[in-house]
Design a protein around this ligand. Structure first.
Ligand SMILES: NC(=O)c1ccc[n+]([C@@H]2O[C@H](COP(=O)([O-])OP(=O)(O)OC[C@H]3O[C@@H](n4cnc5c(N)ncnc54)[C@H](OP(=O)(O)O)[C@@H]3O)[C@@H](O)[C@H]2O)c1
Length: 248
């Protein structure tokens, strides 16, 4: 994909959290294929190496974003290695039951909060963008055990998106995408068996008017689109990418 005859993100620097699998991996590779240098962050080095495979623009950084020091390390690494920061994608997220509530709060809410604060001055220098990854479930109730806190934290991330869009303007844009059920390993990472995972996806698809699971590429497409220069007048929005789940 090109813009004015060159790759849109040539010379741009991007951070993608949770870039070792799923939506984050596809997003990181999408930015790199369009010219960006991308710092991919996750806890599992082997997954990050798979994301970087065959793409010179991708730099892996293995750490836990729930560590209070991690956001500063991530931003410092990106700026040191790339000399700038243009896009922060707050993508990493986990689904846990109430025994894992603290991990979920630290990963899904506090880490994006600290990352946004650490990245803001650097993004302001480049008129950069924060893209937060929410969920269509954040806008409705979730009947599955453990889902209520997950949904609440995503609702909070959407609220932060709107507040930051106002507070960080005019230098930094802040947007979010809200995917419906997407074909990623998130259920397996949650500890579901393959059978439980398939049953969960089937139950979620019942609420999707388009009657299918989405693909990571269908979410990564919008994350990269929202970071493009043509999207420069768009901030504070949460874009559903959910097969119509929110309106169905
Ligand atoms: N798939 C869906 O149906 C769906 C729907 C709506 C929204 N979402 C959202 O989309 C985002 C991406 O999820 P996904 O579906 O692509 O699932 P995924 O494949 O499980 O991706 C999540 C990634 O985050 C990383 N991660 C988790 N905790 C981390 C931590 N503390 N520090 C660093 N990295 C961490 C995981 O890697 P490591 O375990 O190796 O660290 C993993 O690669 C999440 O925010 C999720 O809530 C997903």
């Amino acid at each position: 994909m090109t813009f004015n005859g060159k790759a849109v993100f040539d010379g741009k620097a991007v951070v993608v959290t949770g870039g070792g699998t799923g939506i984050g991996r596809t997003t990181a590779r999408g930015f790199a294929e369009q010219g960006a240098r991308v710092l991919v962050v996750g806890r599992t080095a082997a997954r990050l190496a798979d994301t970087a495979e065959g793409l010179r623009g991708i730099l892996p950084l293995a750490l836990d974003i729930a560590d209070p020091d991690a956001p500063a390390t991530i931003v410092d690494t990106a700026v040191r290695e790339f000399g700038r920061l243009d896009v922060l994608v707050n993508n990493a997220g986990v689904v846990r039951d109430s025994a894992g509530a603290q991990e979920m709060v630290a990963t899904n809410l506090l880490a994006p909060l600290r990352l946004a604060e650490a990245a803001r001055p650097h993004l302001a220098e480049t008129n950069g963008v924060i893209v937060n990854v929410s969920t269509s479930i954040g806008q409705r109730g979730w009947p599955m055990p453990g889902g209520a806190l997950y949904a609440a934290l995503k609702s909070a991330l959407e609220s932060l998106t709107r507040s930051w869009a106002v507070q960080f303007a005019p230098d930094v844009r802040v947007v979010a995408v809200a995917p419906g059920p997407i074909a990623t390993p998130i259920g397996l990472h949650q500890g579901l068996t393959p059978e439980q995972n398939a049953a969960l996806k089937e139950a979620l698809v019942a609420h999707v008017p388009l009657k299918r699971i989405g693909q990571p590429e269908e979410v990564a497409f919008w994350i990269t689109q929202l970071a493009r220069p043509e999207a420069a007048y768009t901030t504070g929005v949460v874009l559903p990418v959910d097969g119509g789940a929110v309106v169905g």
